[in-house]
Write a protein that binds this ligand. Structure first.
Ligand code: KPL
Length: 317
């Protein structure tokens, strides 16, 4: 069923840094946006205080958004932007299964695994994916800072015969909102490239508790990144993905472009929230095992990050 694109209603699911960033930028560009939060407290605060966006140019703007807690279910909309982390996705599936068939979902998770989860409750025609390299930092339940520019790529996991009008419309709004957004005919190869970037940057920044850019300050961290990259490249090749030096340069550029950013994994460690390490490094380890490719560095980082969060090491305040 082709959706009606004349009245677009965006529902941003997730009140973390990425959800608040996209909600604020779309609302600032005049879109009707509802944010679905985990807690009623955050939803109330967003309704009462508005959402504050600190832009890259130093400006601070208040935008009005609707908000409601997930306990109230998902509000009516025709485009659901899923910004929750991988560990939070399974609990959302029953609510997603209830959305109307004309609605589209764009999933913005790091790592791998979300594609299969969505396919278990939604029609293939409803499922879209996005990969982004924007930097965002949440200051509070109602305040988010845009810390680095990047690109938002949106498309189906694998190529589909027809383009979807609603997804095309979303890409146009995102561009109108000042986001460098592109439609991709297949997201899978981009998801692999993002997986590698996250598998290098996120656990190392979370382990050493440093911003992304600091990884480039030392030859030791750069060396570790390169070794992690080499392990991951072999696993990617087994999965049909050819990754080489251009992708390495891209990862270095992400560190540079988001240099002040605290990776999402480091933000999770500081807040004592479950990290996406299982869906990122854990996925590479699992695929490596299936292929008979050793991934000792990814496995060690996986264990170290799980240990760190389970012991509360790095917790803020
Ligand atoms: O995706 C990210 C994340 O933090 O999860 C990067 C691109 C590394 C930006 O911090």
């Amino acid at each position: 069923m082709q959706p009606d694109t004349s009245a677009l209603q965006v529902v941003v699911v997730g009140g973390g840094s990425v959800g608040l960033l996209y909600a604020a930028r779309l609302a600032l560009a005049g879109q009707s946006v509802t944010v679905v939060t985990r807690s009623s407290l955050q939803a109330n605060q967003l309704m009462e205080q508005g959402l504050w966006l600190h832009s890259l140019d130093g400006q601070k703007n208040r935008v009005n958004v609707q908000a409601q807690p997930i306990a109230d279910g998902l509000p009516e909309g025709n485009l659901y932007l899923l910004t929750v982390k991988q560990p939070d996705l399974p609990s959302l599936l029953p609510a997603l299964a209830e959305i109307p068939p004309y609605a589209r979902v764009i999933a913005l998770q790091n790592g791998m695994g979300h594609q299969e989860l969505l396919a278990s409750v939604l029609e293939d025609a409803q499922c879209y994916f996005a990969i982004h390299t924007e930097g965002a930092r949440r200051h509070s339940a109602t305040e988010v800072e845009h810390t680095g520019t990047g690109t938002l790529r949106v498309g189906p996991w694998q190529e589909k015969a027809d383009r979807d009008a609603l997804i095309d419309a979303f890409v146009t709004w995102a561009v109108d909102a000042g986001i460098t957004a592109l439609y991709e005919k297949a997201i899978e190869p981009h998801a692999w490239r993002k997986l590698l970037a996250n598998a290098l940057i996120n656990p190392l920044t979370a382990l050493f508790e440093i911003p992304n850019g600091a990884l480039l300050d030392s030859s030791y961290t750069q060396g570790l990144m390169r070794d992690l990259f080499n392990e991951a490249v072999e696993v990617a090749a087994f999965s049909g993905q050819k990754i080489g030096d251009p992708e390495w340069q891209e990862i270095v550029a992400i560190c540079r472009n988001t240099s002040r950013n605290l990776s999402s994994m480091l933000q999770d460690v500081k807040r004592q929230k479950p990290t996406e390490v299982q869906a990122i490094n854990g996925y590479l380890v699992k695929r490596g095992k299936e292929a008979g490719i050793p991934t000792p560095l990814h496995e060690t980082l996986l264990r170290v990050i799980l240990l760190k969060t389970s012991m509360g090491i790095g917790k803020e305040g």
